[in-house]
Design a protein around this ligand. Sequence first.
Ligand code: SF4
Ligand code: SF4
Length: 181
Amino acid sequence: MAPPERKDKLCGKESMKSEHEGAAELPFWKTKTLAEMNGSEWESLCDGCGRCCLVKLEDEDTGAIHFTDIACRLLDTESCRCRDYPNRQAFVHDCIRLTVEEVERLSWLPPTCAYRLVREGADLYWWHPLVSGDPDTVHMAGVSLRGRSVTSEEDLPEEDFPDRIVSWPNRVPKGARRRAA
Ligand code: SF4
Ligand code: SF4
């Protein structure tokens, strides 16, 4: 296998505001496509896991994308949030702004990512803040980067990146697999 080359990182979230539409009605993520969502609905879909802010590597031979346990230099690994979201692209040029088109295009979105789940017609999991009403449940369920052994890309030479390929960002933790009721 040839050494994988550096791949874009992704972003696309700011808030985790609850957007439930009333007890008797189905929530927006069950009734709307991604393209039909308004701005606040779109932003609230992000669960704040931080998985997409891990450095990814692309295998030159196969095109396969691999996650590493190396975090983008702007990621706060405790809050799992970007330290400078409004100005991020001035510092991290390969940070992608998540759009409907990008959600369609990107093959590597984590299986827990709400944008991917809605794209695939699947329901959110119990720990998603829109379901639980609690922004901490994404951490409690072990879905986010909090508590993981993650290193900043600033603290590691790039030639060491291939040694940091991990599979857990492509998995749903055991206790996190129940869907919303
Ligand atoms: S993987 Fe998806 S849900 Fe998690 S932080 Fe990234 S955009 Fe948000
Ligand atoms: S710049 Fe911010 S949003 Fe973009 S990948 Fe880095 S931490 Fe994530």
